[in-house]
Write a protein of this length. Sequence first.
Length: 365
Amino acid sequence: MKFKSVYIALIALLPLISGCNSENHTSPQRKDIVDAVFASGEVVMSDPYLVTSMSEGYLTQSFVDEGDSVTKGQELFHIQDETQQAQLEDAETTYQHALSNNRPDSPVLKKLNEQIVQARNQLTNDSINFVRYRNLIQSNAVSKAEYDKAKLALENSRINLHVLENSLADTKKNLQVELVNAKTNLVAQQNNSSWFMIRSNVNGIVLQKMKENGELVRKGEAIAQIGSGDFVARLYIAEEDINRVKLGQKVYVELNSEKNSSVPARITKIYPAFSTEEQSFIAEAHFTQPVPGLRSGTQLQANIVVDEKHNALVIPSSYLLPHDYVEIEGRDKKVKIDTGIKTAEWVEVLQGLNEKDVLTLPDEQ
């Protein structure tokens, strides 16, 4: 936004003091003088944000329209999610299956526990049988081969029980890992599914919708803009003026929707970087009194008060010569004065003139 800086003198209309005052002559006067920097701009909300999609698909439902008020967490848009829904259902089925397998009465664990019971019973029988054969061989009642067979059966039973117990422990660990993985996948799919139902992150107003039902939405693409916070005046300030603008300065804002009336505000933020898009520096001003009917995007003009004096001694700007000289009637030489605020119409006189002096226009000798 290219524009030329404009300085506006806001002068209180006070009666002229007595003295010589004609078309080519004037005397210093007492007036309130204000030096202001002009800025164009628009009304925005202090905390706007773009509602973006975390997934890709066709927009199937819009639950809000432009201008609607929304609350944090409220559903805004739904994106087509048939494939994702199928993946979520599969993840839920897998999780329930893993959860079922981890129960003590699950078929997998029940079968292993039954085998272990059988193996323990077999070990008990083989242990009793081995003791009997050990006692019998001492009295030569059984052969060495029969004794060795009973001993081998006992060792096999011990090994079989140990294998089954290890198998049960390993199976429980594997089932637990499967359960953890299934739950992790389910949570991930639930999160992915939540991306297809887009909700508001703040309380605010829907300022703009970029997509309509049936349109393709790509991942990371903006669907709407929501405004949150207070209405503020966003001001575009020329490069040559930005160093004169400070935080806390008074601003008088004229809205295009309310011509010929001004709204007071104060500078609350000055952006440090030059905006190449707007071709200006940007500042924000908060309104210092309620403004009914404000709408985001309303264009405006503003005067930022950078200096002001009450009852200042001033002369018309046209009477000031280069390097702050003036011509006083009755004097042969130009007189140097000290100046303060300078505007397009008036110059503040700090020293060198009084209200009785009569000035002549520079081109009059």
